[in-house]
Structure formats: structure tokens, C-alpha cells
Design a protein. Structure first.
Length: 315
């Protein structure tokens, strides 16, 4: 497994480092630590280089930024344990999202690990602009790391370390995208005591249909009952299949079946059961192939109160 971890010196990238360490990666896992020095272009095409004066001043400023970036990489490398892992460090300059996507593709990363926000994102945002672009366009699995919180208002004040992964909430609808996530979960070196909660949300078109003003509920009562029964049976099959796969690898697996809109059900379950990570596919049964990210996945990434693993098929 090749892992790309992205850091920028923020508390969120520190938590990303802690999360990666909590995975207890096997020896010789290939980990690339990437930091990107932004090169912003301001209104009118103005760049920092253009206003720094002499070439000597520009070179000095760039050297200082490069030195700080290298120090940040060295610190992260030591925290992860570079003697055990095969660690490569990398400083790049440019647009952060574009650089991350390019390096992940060229390095054939199977997992990108990054904080859900960066240094430049407002505290009121649960999901930063760079993170959003990465989850939309990356070809790899993406683990967005955030500290578990009770409420958004408390988020800036909450501090602490991620020392272990004890519980994962795996959201599945039985689609091929969800199947890819469970295979990736099985490949991850999660601690054996990890509990995996398998969640399926029953939504489909049932609720929308029963609210249709032209529907004669009396005449269709039996049909509606049959639909509901069939959906519940399918949900039982989906969760049971996932449970057996997880249990065969020694994980403690339990299932939850909720009725309601999928993203609402997932976020609510995360609030109730307090997982360390939510795992779900980049798209679901309703995913359109031309869409790079499903609407349910994006909403969960935005509003979940814990880290989110978004699974994709990788080369």
C-alpha cells in the first residue's frame, strides 16, 4: 500500500499524522509526506515574487519558506517513525489541490491522508476548500481527518491526540462502490479490537412516493407494505454480508438499519455511536458515472463530526 499524507503545519495536519500512526502500519509501508508551498496569484495577476523587489530578496524569501517546509517534513517523519516505514518527503510549490492530485496520481497512491481543513480555512467551515477538491477529483481513497467533536461551536477549543481507532461506522447500500470500501477496510491494518458498525439507510423512493398528492394510499396500501418489507429484507442481506466479511477477519461487527435520507442517517448515527471514522463509497447506487463524487458522500464529508474515509477503486 502506498500512502500520501499531506501536511501544512495546521492542527488538522497534526491530527492526520496521529491518525496515520494510529493505523499501526506494517513495516516497510511506503509513505510519502507532502507539503505544498502555495503560490497565490492576486487580482490583476500580481504575485508575491513581483512585489518582493530584487531577485536577491525573492531568493531569500523562497529559501526561508523552503527551509520551514523541510523542518515540517522532518518533524512529521520522526513522529511516524521513519526507521520502520519507507518514508519519502516532498516539498512542492503551486496550487495545493492541483499538486496533491498530481502527486497522488504519479505516485500511484492508494490512500491520501489529510486534515479536513488547512491553515487558510475559516474555523466555521467543517470542510476546507483544498480537501473538497481532493475528495471530488482524486483517483485514490481519501481519509479526511478531524477531531471528534460534540458540536461545531466546540470544535476550535477541542484538543487532544488520536491514539487508537476503536470504532468505524461503515455505511453501505450494497453497491459496487460500497464493496470497494469494505475491501479497502479489510486491507487496512486496523487494530483487531476495532468495532465496525455496518449501517444501511432505507430511503430509496419510498418516502417520496407516499407523499405524492396523486397517490391513492388506500388502494395502494398493500403495495406500499410489500415495498417496505422487500426493502427491509434487502437491507438485512446487505448488512449481513458485510458483517460476515468483517467477522471473518476477526473484527467485531454489528449492524444498524435506519430509515430516512442516507446522509442524514449517517451523520445522525455518527453523533449517536461516536465512531472514530466513517467509511463510505465515493458514490452509491444512484451515482451517475460522470459524477466524480456522490451527493451523499459530499454531505457526510462536510457535516460529519469525525474523520471520514472515502473509498474509490484504485489502479
Amino acid at each position: 500500500m502506498k500512502i500520501l499524507i499531506v501536511i501544512d503545519g495546521s492542527s488538522y495536519s497534526e491530527m492526520a499524522t496521529q491518525m496515520l500512526k494510529a493505523l499501526q502500519l506494517p513495516a516497510n509501508t511506503e509513505v510519502t509526506i507532502l507539503t505544498v508551498v502555495p503560490e497565490p496569484t492576486f487580482l490583476g495577476g500580481i504575485t508575491l515574487d513581483a512585489i518582493r523587489g530584487s531577485s536577491q530578496a525573492r531568493e531569500k524569501a523562497n529559501d526561508e519558506q523552503q527551509e520551514k517546509a523541510i523542518m515540517l517534513l522532518e518533524h512529521t517523519s520522526e513522529v511516524l517513525g521513519k526507521g520502520k516505514l519507507i518514508v519519502e518527503t516532498m516539498v512542492r510549490w503551486g496550487n495545493p489541490a492541483e499538486v496533491i492530485l498530481l502527486e497522488a496520481e504519479q505516485g500511484k497512491a492508494s490512500l491520501i491522508v489529510m486534515g479536513s481543513k488547512g491553515l487558510t480555512d475559516p474555523l466555521s467551515f467543517r470542510l476546507g476548500s483544498v480537501a473538497l477538491k481532493v475528495i471530488k477529483y482524486a483517483n485514490a481513497n481519501v481519509l479526511l481527518v478531524r477531531k471528534k467533536t460534540v458540536s461545531l461551536a466546540e470544535e476550535p477549543r477541542k484538543k487532544g491526540k488520536i491514539t487508537a481507532i476503536k470504532r468505524v461506522l461503515f455505511a453501505t447500500d450494497g453497491s459496487s462502490y460500497a464493496d470497494e470500501v469494505i475491501q479497502f477496510l479489510l486491507a487496512l491494518p486496523l487494530p483487531r479490537q476495532t468495532e465496525v458498525m455496518v449501517l444501511t439507510a432505507l430511503h430509496s423512493h419510498f418516502e417520496s412516493w407516499i407523499k405524492t398528492p396523486t397517490l391513492n394510499l388506500g388502494a395502494n396500501k398493500e403495495a406500499l407494505k410489500n415495498i417496505q418489507t422487500a426493502e427491509e429484507a434487502e437491507a438485512q442481506m446487505i448488512t449481513s454480508r458485510a458483517e460476515k466479511q468483517l467477522q471473518s477477519r476477526g473484527y467485531k461487527a454489528t449492524s444498524i438499519i435506519e430509515r430516512g435520507e442516507a446522509s442524514d442517517s449517517i451523520v445522525a448515527a455518527a453523533m449517536e455511536y461516536n465512531p472514530d471514522v466513517i467509511a463510505l463509497g465515493s458514490k452509491g447506487l444512484s451515482g451517475i458515472e460522470s459524477y466524480l463524487l456522490g451527493s451523499v458522500t459530499e454531505r457526510v464529508a462536510r457535516y460529519a463530526n469525525c474523520s471520514v474515509l472515502i473509498g474509490r477503486s484504485t489502479p
